[in-house]
Design a protein around this ligand. Structure first.
Ligand code: SRM
Ligand code: SF4
Length: 594
């Protein structure tokens, strides 16, 4: 054994350190129940108290308030307008038109903002649900065959799967694996059904199958009867998983804790390369934190996928740091334990050895906007939805438009990891009808430039409590300015992967962008540059705490040089590294802060 029991314990609880407060919440929660039921009856506050504030996250909700009106309410001696944001569980991002109509109705009638927000992890969020609407919301989701279990909290989150519908037979297989992995790693507690559905049966999962753990390898088990994989204290921190089908890295897999890269043989899925330990957050000025890309472990055959997933999660469960949440994600465990030791332990627990990584290559990352024909003759229309926000804007009634499509569409919808949506499996006879609606409601908009389509921002203000600066509300105007700069230097048909994130938690994945803005304070950002188009390189800090105007000036200078001296087809991020605008981040552990 490469790491002994004592060493493993030291990884989890380093000597002299105390368990973090969250560990107490979790282990004493009676498997995620806490006293949420009592809080639901408490009419004195719109929020959740103490541990319950954290525990509702494991059920897919965050308590929030509208920060735009927080001060005003304070002056009126009112509690902030507390509400919850709900994040649905949607492995691989597939949702039916009927389900969409249900969530559209709920958002319109019961959420404070009336919008649906597609996230960059292939699901949707409702913002602004008041306490009295929470149970009805979960009942509605359940009737629709949906749930929000484990979309937040210290668990394996919504599992991603490449959305590209063209490779349809391979996609079908990969998608099934994304669903299986998601269900295999879900919490087994029945707390969700008890609290939110009054004990009703879950429609979205075969709960009986979930509770049957006899097939788990012995070494993976936590020793806890209720939660054999996750354990009574669940994971040390959030855990993210993706299934990806090369050559499109649309799920940005290097940002995930655990990735399964689909490998095909004769057109059939034969297994996966397993790539582990990605994550993008850091803390301004805290050199013990850093973003990093996931690292190759090896290839596994299909029959070992679930055991491998559970083994990796179980090593992170036992070795991840439970005293310092800033040092608890898998990438830090890999660094502290040693990658080799981690791999050996996973092999031991899953009862198989990794084979050598099979060759694969990514050539793109974004979504292909517009129509494509699938293998089976059906058509698929990818719509660009700026920052994933489905709202009825005065000049663009996007939300109504999608509702109109859902009313007549006989295929399905696929949410992408770039906050977009695919109207999938449109029969040839329905293509014109769908296109007509999409154009009428501006879901198809020729004015969306390549630059806009390759830009992304996180939610940030006004709902995110951690936001330091605007992101989603800044992005549209910011892209206008970048478009002007590109046009000025005759680069209209070019783009730079641009991402804005309201704080260094990095939800907008700026740490895998060619140019990334990271919020520092209202109106001020740190500017990063030098990621690549495929999403395999972390960018580097260029300038700190600067205004949007200053950033645009810098980018103008860079784009000018790029237009003058780029090599043929050289992407901006590669140009930035070649011309030494910044040094390349080769190994983020040592180079990111250097
Ligand atoms: Fe995130 C926390 C929104 C993808 C790293 N994220 C949050 C919260 C819940 C704020 C909070 O804790 O109270 C944000 C809610 C804002 C709001 O009002 O909706 C939030 N994150 C989002 C979304 C909606 C951004 C978006 O615009 O699409 C994405 C939801 C994905 C989903 O459906 O599950 C989202 N978050 C990400 C990503 C990108 C990804 O996963 O591909 C990252 C970086 C990758 C990573 O995990 O390293 C990310 N979010 C974080 C972190 C930092 C985690 C860490 O390791 O330190 C936090 C804060 C935390 O967990 O303490 C956070
Ligand atoms: Fe909020 Fe920061 Fe995530 Fe943006 S990056 S959604 S500001 S936590």
């Amino acid at each position: 054994m490469a790491i002994n029991q004592q060493e493993a314990e030291n990884l989890s609880i380093p000597e002299g350190k105390k368990l973090s407060e969250n560990e107490g919440f979790k282990s004493e929660s009676n498997y995620l129940r806490g006293s949420i039921n009592e809080d639901l009856k408490d009419e004195l506050t719109g929020g959740f108290i103490g541990a319950n504030f954290q525990l509702i996250r494991f059920h897919g909700m965050y308590e929030q308030d509208n920060r735009d009106i927080r001060a005003e309410r304070g002056e009126q001696k009112l509690e902030p307008l507390k509400n919850v944001m709900l994040r649905c569980r949607l492995p691989g991002g597939i949702i039916s038109p009927k389900q969409w109509l249900g969530i559209d109705k709920f958002a319109t009638e019961h959420s404070l903002y009336g919008t649906i927000r597609l996230t960059n992890r292939q699901t949707f969020q409702f913002h602004g649900v008041l306490k009295e609407d929470i149970q009805p919301m979960h009942n509605l989701l359940n009737q629709l065959g949906l749930d929000s279990i484990a979309t937040a909290g210290d668990v394996n989150r919504n599992v991603l799967c490449t959305a590209n519908p063209v490779e349809s037979s391979l996609h079908k297989e990969a998608y099934e694996w994304a669903k299986k992995i998601s269900e295999h790693l879900l919490p087994k507690t029945k707390a969700y059904a008890e609290i939110w559905l009054g004990g009703e049966k879950l429609q979205s999962t075969e709960h009986s199958e979930l509770v049957n753990n006899s097939k788990l390898p012995e070494k993976v088990k936590s020793g806890d009867k209720v939660e054999p994989v996750l354990g009574k204290s669940y994971l040390p921190r959030k855990f993210k998983t993706a299934v990806v089908i090369p050559p499109n890295n649309d799920v940005d897999m290097y940002a995930n804790d655990m990735n399964f890269v689909a490998i095909e043989g004769n057109g059939k899925l034969i297994g996966f390369n397993v790539i582990v330990g990605g994550g993008l957050s850091f803390e301004h000025g805290n050199k013990n934190t850093y973003p990093n890309v996931a690292l190759p472990f090896g290839f596994i055959k299909l029959e070992k996928v679930l055991d491998c997933a559970a083994a990796i999660v179980s090593v992170q469960r036992d070795w991840g740091n439970r005293t310092d949440r800033k040092n608890a994600r898998t990438r830090y465990t890999l660094q502290r334990a040693g990658v080799k030791n981690f791999i050996v332990e996973v092999e031991k627990r899953m009862g198989a050895k990794f084979e050598k990584i099979k060759p694969f290559k990514f050539t793109s990352r974004g979504d292909r906007i517009g129509w494509v024909k699938g293998e089976e003759g059906n058509w698929h229309l990818t719509l660009f939805i700026e920052n994933g926000r489905f709202a009825d804007y005065p000049d663009k009634p996007l939300k109504t438009g999608l509702r109109k499509i859902a009313e007549v569409h006989t295929g399905d919808f696929r949410l992408t990891a770039n906050q977009n949506i695919i109207i999938a499996n449109v029969k040839p006879k329905d293509k014109t009808k769908i296109e007509k609606i999409a154009r009428e409601y501006k879901l198809i908009d020729e004015k969306n430039t390549l630059q806009r389509v390759n830009s992304m921002a996180c939610v940030s203000l006004p709902t995110c409590p951690l936001a330091m600066a605007e992101a989603e509300r800044l992005e549209p105007q910011f892209v206008n300015e970048i478009d002007k700069i590109l046009a000025k230097y005759n680069l209209t048909n070019e783009f730079i992967v641009l991402r804005i994130t309201g704080c260094p938690n990095g939800c907008g994945r700026a740490m895998l962008a060619e140019i990334g803005l990271v919020g520092k304070a209202i109106g001020r950002y740190n500017l990063y540059v030098g990621g690549n188009r495929e999403g395999t390189r972390i960018p580097k800090l260029y300038s700190e705490n600067i205004t949007v105007e200053e950033i645009l000036k810098i980018i103008d200078g860079w784009v000018k040089k790029w237009s003058e001296s780029r090599k043929k087809d050289e992407a901006f991020g590669d140009f930035a590294i070649r011309t030494k605008i910044v040094e390349e981040v080769k190994n983020a552990v040592s180079d990111f802060w250097d």
